[in-house]
Write a protein that binds this ligand. Structure first.
Ligand code: PEP
Length: 250
């Protein structure tokens, strides 16, 4: 089954509502995307960006995180239903900044994956090794462990909704992107793990993105790889011209 390509922009803790509006307007002005485009603004700008994207084919919205509970005394948190109510289709889970700065565990991320699927959201589950883990020859072990823990309890029937993002920690925001061959190698490894978990047919439905210092100049090299179905882009997604070049590619 052909997987549709997905180019996702993680705006992180950038953009006021006014700035987010300007960025979304700039992207819409570039015309219909060649690929599916996912915009992940901060929570505060999700509604406004949604208004601007209404009726624009090819654009989707996602959040950058959420809590797994449906409601309750969790000050400062956002639940899956709140994101669904805003029309979000996706939610990034287990981003390395959540894992490393906020100490999110695989068990917590797993609960979030289950809650996202239960609320009709498509999880973008991020996995990736640190430089130290890579140098110790543990990259596949770490990434495979994050995958299995993150997906524990999820069913093969969810495969078409699931997105994985392979984001080596050392490549995020560093300007040092992985080589396309390395990205393909890890994407193929992840797909192999999915085959073991869910079987070949379901594994072939899961979209796997590469993330880590992707730019308009290097994105094609990743997209040329057979198991890489798109990109998760941080810094280079904050400017309409740059991000537009990544999904228009003309
Ligand atoms: C990210 O935050 O997911 C990311 C890949 O960032 P950057 O593109 O800036 O490396």
């Amino acid at each position: 089954m052909a997987r549709s390509r997905l180019i996702a922009g993680n705006w992180k803790m950038h953009k006021t509502v006014g700035e987010a509006e300007a960025l979304a307007r700039g992207l819409v002005a570039l015309g219909e995307p060649a690929d599916q485009v996912l915009l992940c603004p901060p929570f505060t700008a999700l509604a406004r960006v949604g208004e601007l994207l209404r009726g624009q084919p090819g654009f989707f919205r996602g959040a950058q995180n959420m809590h797994w509970e449906g409601a309750g005394a969790f000050t400062g948190e956002i639940c899956p239903g709140m994101l669904a109510e805003l029309g979000c289709a996706f939610v990034i889970l287990g981003h390395s900044e959540r894992r490393h700065i906020f100490r999110e565990t695989d068990a917590e991320i797993n609960r979030k994956v289950g809650a996202a699927l239960g609320a009709g959201l498509a999880p973008v589950l991020c996995v990736g090794e640190t430089q130290e883990e890579r140098e110790a020859g543990r990259a596949q072990g770490v990434v495979g462990g994050q995958l299995r823990a993150g997906l524990a309890g999820a069913a093969a029937a969810e495969a078409a909704r699931l997105v994985l993002a392979y984001e080596p920690v050392w490549a995020i925001g560093s300007g040092l992107a992985a080589g396309p061959g390395d990205a393909q190698g890890m994407a193929a490894f992840l797909r192999g793990e999915l085959v073991q978990l869910w079987g070949r047919e379901a594994a072939d439905e899961v979209r796997i993105l590469y993330g880590g210092s992707v730019t308009p100049d290097n994105i094609e090299t990743f997209l040329a790889e057979g198991d890489v179905d798109g990109a998760l882009v941080g810094g280079a997604s904050l400017d309409a011209g740059n991000f537009g070049r990544m999904y228009r590619r003309k």
